[in-house]
Write a protein that binds this ligand. Structure first.
Ligand SMILES: Cc1cc2nc3c(=O)[nH]c(=O)nc-3n(C[C@H](O)[C@H](O)[C@H](O)COP(=O)(O)OP(=O)(O)OC[C@H]3O[C@@H](n4cnc5c(N)ncnc54)[C@H](O)[C@@H]3O)c2cc1C
Length: 533
């Protein structure tokens, strides 16, 4: 039986929050129109459940490299092959659009994100991202230490962030208003500790927390952080300030979709320290676009478009004596094709490996069980006008202190449009110790249920939101991103999963355990380079 409105809202927003917005009555306000959009679970689930389409004898072709998945990792692999002069490759992407969890959408208000929406400005060591941003024409020069100078137009415009607390908005993500001297001291001490990690170098001169993480240190002094949770790390360092703990918990939910109780301390410290050039400096500025990282996807896709087949799901990957056979089926299930490739780049998430790679179906390698993925709901709310501000004005990122959601980003912000219609992209990570349970909650709630959650949550800060939203679409990301739980980042499983298997080379941000654009770019590029060797 479907839950009542009250049960739904209590489950996703918590009972005390409802009382503040008068949701305990049985009156159900009408919802704006909208729909559930991708990802295409139906075909994926049929394949998972054992459907094995077979191509006709004349539906086979040959190529040097077949890439499975057109998210950032798959597109980065394709870019690298092209840069290396290889033209004989094909990329198969299940969805009708490229980008995976970094894709975007288009509305009357302009482009908007459906997932990833920013990257921090790279430091000098991130040569790959600097090169990619150079292709986009947004690197204007370099500082003497190699740090790129990024064009103003892609640096997140002011005001960047605000936070809603008990009736009004405040500037920034940390709640300064009402803090005690003790809170202030702890924040300064926390920032100093992050600065210390940013300046730390191991005996080989490597940073503790580099982006991509492959360039960082594997010294035990750093990796031991992966043994405890971020909450335990905070306690160990006597960080007891509620607002500081809120900030750290928010950071874990924002980047990993997990609470600080669930997140490895290595990942928690990485979030802050990897964005600092050294001790005593501000964090790197953020780069964003109206459709978030989908702008980067459009660039990558544009470089290799002629080799990309959208709407084709890979159903079977079979290593043979002669190479690797790949069988794919069209989006509507009506066509089946086969590819005999010398090598395959598997740029889909690891949880699919045991369904798609034939030998793994009967004999899954044990490391696959270590890869766990969190569930997220993303809603795009298309507004005819902006709500009134109480306190600090509308910013790019707008966060509610007392909500389990992450709040919303505004798609017109980076275009410099501060009035009229716009789209709010609202993020709700389903954190919780059991990702299966979270996924069941995500998928057990339909478009109307999620629309009600988003509108009620935002109604705390914007009483008029229901009158302003003309359309509300919902994306349910069942396996949204890898979960960096303690032990996963520096245990053996990631390394084992990244090792090639009988002509199959693995890419995907999940191999890093840190779900960010830069890691997908790194692994896609690395896997493509491996196939050339
Ligand atoms: C809600 C959300 C917000 C995020 N925010 C940020 C952010 O702000 N900044 C940031 O850096 N990162 C963010 N991330 C993480 C970021 O999106 C990822 O780290 C990165 O894009 C992962 O790329 P990927 O190629 O490794 O994997 P994916 O994006 O998962 O791509 C895998 C691709 O494989 C395809 N595929 C799957 N099965 C098959 C099959 N059988 N045949 C063919 N294709 C298949 C999928 O359709 C998909 O396109 C966010 C993620 C989510 C979900």
């Amino acid at each position: 039986m479907a839950p009542s409105r009250r049960e739904l809202l209590a489950a996703f927003l918590g009972a005390p929050a409802l009382a503040t917005v008068g949701c305990l009555s049985d009156y159900i306000p009408p919802l704006p129109p909208g729909e559930l959009v991708g990802p295409s679970d139906v075909l994926g689930h049929r394949l998972r459940d054992g459907w094995r389409p077979v191509p006709a004898a004349d539906a086979w072709e040959k190529c040097r490299v077949a890439i499975v998945g057109g998210g950032v990792a798959g597109l980065a692999a394709a870019r690298q092959l092209r840069k290396s002069g290889i033209t004989d490759f094909v990329l198969m992407e299940l969805e009708p659009a490229p980008g995976g969890t970094s894709r975007g959408g288009e509305a009357a208000t302009g482009p908007h994100p459906w997932g990833a929406h920013y990257i921090p400005a790279p430091l000098a060591e991130n040569a790959l991202l600097i090169e990619l941003l150079g292709e986009l024409g947004v690197v204007e020069g370099k500082e003497p230490d190699g740090t790129p100078i990024i064009a103003e137009e892609v640096l997140c415009r002011d005001p960047e962030e605000r936070i809603y607390f008990r009736g009004r908005w405040y500037e920034g993500l940390y709640l300064h208003a009402g803090q005690s001297p003790e809170d202030e001291e702890q924040l300064a001490r926390f920032n100093a500790e992050m600065g210390r990690w940013a300046a730390w170098r191991d005996a080989k001169g490597r940073k503790a927390f580099a982006i991509p993480i492959a360039g960082g240190s594997d010294d035990a002094a750093v990796t031991e952080l992966d043994r405890i949770t971020m909450t335990d790390w905070m306690a160990k360092h006597n960080f007891t300030s509620d607002r500081l703990k809120w900030l750290v918990n928010y950071a874990c939910r924002d980047d990993y979709g997990m609470t600080a109780d669930e997140t490895s301390a290595w990942a928690g410290v990485f979030y802050f320290a990897s964005r600092l050039k050294g001790a005593g400096v501000n964090a790197q500025p953020l780069l964003t676009w109206p459709d978030g990282n989908a702008r980067l996807v459009r660039h990558l896709h544009g470089l290799v478009k002629d080799r990309v087949r959208l709407g084709w799901a890979v159903a079977d990957i079979n290593p043979t004596e002669a190479g690797v056979e790949v069988i794919a089926v069209s989006h509507d299930g009506s066509q089946v094709c086969g590819i005999r490739a010398d090598r395959v780049i598997f740029a889909a998430p690891q949880f699919l490996a045991k369904h798609l790679i034939r030998p793994f179906r009967t004999n899954p390698p044990p490391h696959l069980a270590a890869f766990q993925y969190g569930a997220w709901m993303v809603a795009n709310l298309h507004l005819k006008d902006r709500p009134a501000d109480r306190g600090f004005p509308l910013s790019w990122d707008n966060v509610l202190y007392e909500s389990p959601s992450l709040g919303y980003v505004v798609n017109t912000h980076q275009r410099g449009v501060d009035h009229g219609p716009c789209t709010f992209t609202y993020y709700y990570p389903l954190s919780g110790a059991d990702p299966r349970e979270s996924r069941a909650k995500l998928l057990g709630t339909d478009r109307d249920g999620w629309a009600e959650v988003a509108l009620t949550d935002l109604g705390r800060a914007h009483m008029e939101i229901r009158d302003l939203v003309e359309r509300l679409d919902v994306m349910r990301w069942g396996h949204a991103m890898i979960r960096p739980t303690p032990g996963f980042l520096w245990g053996p499983d990631r390394r084992r999963a990244a090792a090639p298997f009988r002509g199959i080379h693995f890419a995907g941000a999940d191999l890093s355990g840190i779900p960010i654009f830069e890691e997908a770019l790194h692994h896609g590029t690395r896997a493509a380079t491996e196939t050339l060797g």
